[in-house]
Design a protein around this ligand. Structure first.
Ligand code: GLN
Length: 545
């Protein structure tokens, strides 16, 4: 039977509950404790696939092809957890399950209610995270205590303790202890109120994680403990840090691992956090520095590219380099030209994206990188724009993707109606009934790498698996013409049908991939392509110095 840690948040949103849950996971793993982490989201969308990245940040994709909350990205980056459909539930998904059962007649005439039917379904969802024999399961409840939406989840985790046993359940609450400059004091009142709210619904937190700008003195901890009915040593200061990867070290310094160990009667050795210490050191004291331009559409909201910016940071860690991000709005390139906006950078990256806005600007950025021999990394849409640019400028085609121009003469990127799905072993139809005009290829698919290419150089192996989230594909009709003109197809599906990676000869580093490598990068295991891209950017910079 696994032990459960429920993580709730209070006072205000945006305190970093996802990071707190992930860092707790990292700390436990460093003690040899096996963990998984689950997120319960109070919103009604069945999954975040339909949420605007402007509003909700990036959609994270799991191996099994689920579109999930970006917090699952934190879980995977901090731990060895491989998330799946069982790691993320929303109110919408829970209700959907209950309503489907009701329609099937499974409730035998019962009045279907929030308690017990919805709360039962939530508890069942929580139990579903135990896909293996984990020692500890961390469950993060989205939203803030006091929100109407999160009430059924809080009620479910309250009930859960009775069913799983007191000794197997721990409640951890993340709050804010603000520093009021005028008074020169840290204030504990918001935390007291938040805990009061939680206790009113029957949950007494065991551990308080207090976000703070400065260390909490023993006096402050005692005061919080007294008012919140917990031990002073269970008040943990979650102090602001320069990099999130420092959080496991901070939690260790505050004794969080000991508290959890004591509560669950686990007897484990001291955690080995040497890898995290090294990661933090490399972030804080880099030897090199490069600037990478990200040419995209959602440059206003950084969370829309969370995994991507983290993966670039990891590429920097692998090379002992600070990676400065230069955000460029693709539409601005259309208006002002690539030269004006990209002349100072050491590498250019066009990330994934949907819709035609800014496409011509992205294509201009690709051309600039190709002609000026600046390292280029194109991800998903970034690979597609690289193919379009090459087809137009090198092969003289009137080319585009049918996503942006349905009547285009040379559809070098198009909607492949049928494709062989290596995961299911079936032929898939990209049905036209979806609101975006075709179903997506989602999740992990195998890719075979051609030896002697940059891709092979980076990965060092022939067979890889990477995650996808797209509809359109490279059109094989143009394969011969494009390769004859110098495009290298360096990666493809095992049957050779789906182009997964393209490269250019006579260029320091130019690579496009149809998948999203950023979803699999971690600070302690930087992704090979990001490592190689940053390495190329450093080389380019050194050359021009
Ligand atoms: N819009 C493109 C497609 O659907 C690319 C998607 C992406 O970059 N994730 O194929």
């Amino acid at each position: 039977m696994p032990k459960y840690i429920f993580v709730t948040g209070g006072v205000v949103s945006g305190l970093g509950k996802g990071i707190a849950a992930a860092a707790t996971g990292a700390l436990l793993e460093a003690k040899g404790i096996s963990v998984t982490i689950q997120k319960l989201d109070p919103y009604i969308n069945v999954d975040p696939g339909t949420l605007s990245p402007f509003e909700h940040g990036e959609v994270f994709v799991t191996d099994d092809g689920c579109e999930t909350d970006l917090d699952l990205g934190h879980y995977e980056r901090f731990t060895h957890v491989r998330t799946s459909v069982f790691n993320n539930y929303t109110t919408g998904k829970i209700y959907n399950n209950v309503i489907t059962k009701e329609r099937r007649g499974d409730y035998l005439g019962d009045t279907v209610q929030v308690v017990p039917h919805i709360t039962d379904a939530i508890k069942e969802a929580i139990r579903s995270a135990a896909t293996r024999d984990y020692d500890v399961i961390i469950v993060e409840i989205g939203g803030t205590v006091g929100d109407i939406e999160s009430l059924p989840f809080l009620e479910a985790i309250r009930q859960f303790r009775y069913e799983a046993g007191r000794e197997n359940v721990l409640y951890m609450h993340l709050t804010l202890v603000p520093y009021i400059k005028a008074a020169g004091e840290l204030k504990s009142k918001p935390t007291q109120h938040s805990v009061k709210e939680l206790r009113a619904i029957g949950i007494q937190p065991d551990i308080l994680l207090c976000r703070t700008e400065m260390p909490l003195s023993p006096d402050v901890k005692r005061k919080i403990a007294l008012h919140c009915n917990i031990e002073p040593d269970a008040v943990i200061a979650a102090i602001d840090v320069e990099t999130v990867y420092e959080v496991p070290l901070c939690f260790k310094a505050e004794g969080l691992d000991k508290l959890i160990e004591k509560k669950f009667s686990l007897n484990r050795p001291e955690p080995d956090l040497s890898l995290w210490t090294e990661v933090v050191k490399r972030i804080k004291e880099p030897k090199f520095e490069v600037t990478i331009a990200i040419v995209g559409k959602y440059v206003g909201l950084k969370d829309a590219y969370k995994s991507l910016t983290e993966a670039l940071l990891h590429g920097g860690i692998a090379n002992n380099a600070r990676v400065n991000l230069h955000w460029v709005d693709a539409e601005e390139i259309e208006a002002r030209g690539a030269e004006v906006l990209l002349s100072e950078v050491d590498g250019i990256l066009v990330p994934g994206g949907f819709g035609s806005r800014g496409i011509e600007g992205k294509i201009k950025a690709v051309r600039y990188a190709r002609e000026k021999k600046i390292p280029y990394f194109g991800i998903c849409l970034g690979m597609q724009t690289a193919v379009i640019e090459f087809s137009r400028d090198v092969c003289g085609l009137s080319a585009n993707s049918t996503e942006f121009d349905t009547g285009i003469k040379e559809p070098v990127i198009y909607l492949m109606e049928r494709w062989y799905n290596h995961r299911t072993g079936k032929i898939e139809e990209r049905t036209k009934d979806s609101h975006m005009g075709g179903t997506m290829r989602l999740g992990a698919y195998p890719c075979v790498i051609k030896e002697g290419t940059r891709a092979f150089n980076a990965y060092g192996i022939k067979e890889i698996s990477e995650r996808h989230r797209h509809r359109y594909e490279f059109n094989n009709k143009y394969r011969e013409l494009l390769t004859k003109n110098g495009l290298i197809i360096s990666g493809a599906s095992p049957d050779g049908e789906l182009v997964e990676m393209v490269e250019l000869r006579n260029h320091p580093w130019f690579l496009g991939c149809q998948f999203h490598p950023e979803f699999k990068s971690k600070p302690i295991e930087p992704h090979p392509l990001f490592r190689a891209f940053i390495e190329a950017a450093i080389r380019k910079k050194e050359l021009f110095l």
